[in-house]
Ligand binder design. Structure first.
Ligand SMILES: *[C@@H]1O[C@H](CO)[C@@H](O)[C@H](O)[C@H]1NC(C)=O
Ligand SMILES: *[C@@H]1O[C@H](CO)[C@@H](O)[C@H](O)[C@H]1NC(C)=O
Ligand SMILES: *[C@@H]1O[C@H](CO)[C@@H](O)[C@H](O)[C@H]1NC(C)=O
Ligand SMILES: *[C@@H]1O[C@H](CO)[C@@H](O)[C@H](O)[C@H]1NC(C)=O
Length: 288
């Protein structure tokens, strides 16, 4: 729209006409919403505008009451998404996305040539599923051992109403809207469960997991088992080393496989005689 047009539309919308306070609408991401006007008198046209945060105007639709309704949608972007109800009074907007969060105004021209504005403030929320929630954990190992849990909805920046549920006896504090800090002294705490409940105007979900699951990327702090397992592995490898050493020492040379190292001190004359491939040299003959 040209700047002059914006000026005239603004004048039209805000100075010369009957106003009502805006209606709050909560839409669901991907779903549709219907803007319903209150005015019941016969009308000549309804012009639907969208007013963005930077005061930019877009004309969503122009509707005239015919059978079927005469619907003009000037912007290509809205052609697929905008439709009118049968009585031509209400407007549908489908496939809602985050950019649709704006003020919408219906400028109603009555047949008496009186004009009325009705306003709608649309918010769009994601219908949350439990899978949308994630609880991430950061462990701090200072003088006081503490961990921080972050409950968030991936790829969604909207402000969320987050609530935490922890077992009794856990020392915890909400340090930021979606952050929970827990002080702990022993690893046993990681067997406890925490829940994060998130609510927005169109949905309510929660996720429950043990601290062990939430903090699984910090394995060495979390699990007793891995420490024990490491001791067992270390013990076993030491033990097998000792066994190999003893085997080398004890097995007589002649009964070993050819690739097995043979230490000479283990060879007695008797063994050597029994070893046909490698006999002892004959005793030196006295000269003469
Ligand atoms: C319709 O009327 C109700 C009750 O008078 C009012 O609260 C609401 O804001 C009106 N809707 C619009 C779109 O102005
Ligand atoms: C948070 O945890 C989820 C699993 O619960 C994981 O998929 C995601 O990558 C983690 N995000 C960060 C920033 O660590
Ligand atoms: C919490 O997690 C979200 C999503 O991964 C991230 O954007 C945000 O920065 C995190 N907050 C803190 C304080 O780590
Ligand atoms: C955890 O311990 C630190 C240091 O002693 C303290 O400042 C903090 O308030 C404690 N946090 C909680 C949740 O009690």
């Amino acid at each position: 729209m040209q700047p002059q047009n914006v000026f005239w539309v603004t004048l039209l919308l805000f100075y010369f006409q009957a106003e009502t306070s805006p209606v709050q609408l909560n839409g669901v991401l991907g779903n549709s919403i219907t803007f319903q006007i209150n005015e019941s008198k016969p009308f000549a046209t309804i012009s639907w505008f969208r007013i963005e945060k930077n005061s930019k105007f877009s004309t969503l639709a122009l509707v005239a009451p015919k059978k079927p309704c005469k619907l003009l949608i000037p912007l290509q972007a809205f052609k697929e998404r905008v439709s009118s109800t049968k009585d031509c009074r209400n407007l549908h907007l489908s496939h809602l996305n985050q950019e649709d969060m704006n003020r919408y105004t219906a400028n109603i021209a009555l047949t008496t040539s009186e004009k009325i504005n009705e306003h709608f403030d649309l918010k769009v929320y994601k219908h949350l599923q439990s899978e949308d929630l994630s609880i991430n954990c950061t462990i701090n190992r200072g003088q006081t051992k503490s961990l921080q849990l972050n409950c968030s909805v991936e790829r969604w920046n909207d402000k969320l109403d987050v609530q935490w549920d922890v077992a009794e006896g856990i020392i915890s504090r909400v340090t930021h809207e979606n952050l929970l800090t827990i002080n702990y002294t022993s690893r046993q705490i990681f067997d406890q469960e925490v829940s994060c409940k998130v609510e927005n105007p169109v949905s309510k979900v929660s996720k429950t997991m043990t601290l062990k699951e939430a903090c699984s990327k910090h394995k060495r702090y979390v699990s007793k088992k891995t420490v024990v397992a490491r001791f067992i592995v270390a013990g076993l490898s030491m033990f097998s080393g000792i066994v190999v050493a003893f085997t080398v020492w004890l097995i007589p040379c002649h009964s070993r496989r050819p690739w097995f190292p043979c230490t000479t001190f283990a060879r007695t004359a008797e063994e050597a005689q029994m070893d046909p491939e490698n006999p002892l040299p004959p005793p030196p003959q006295p000269p003469g």
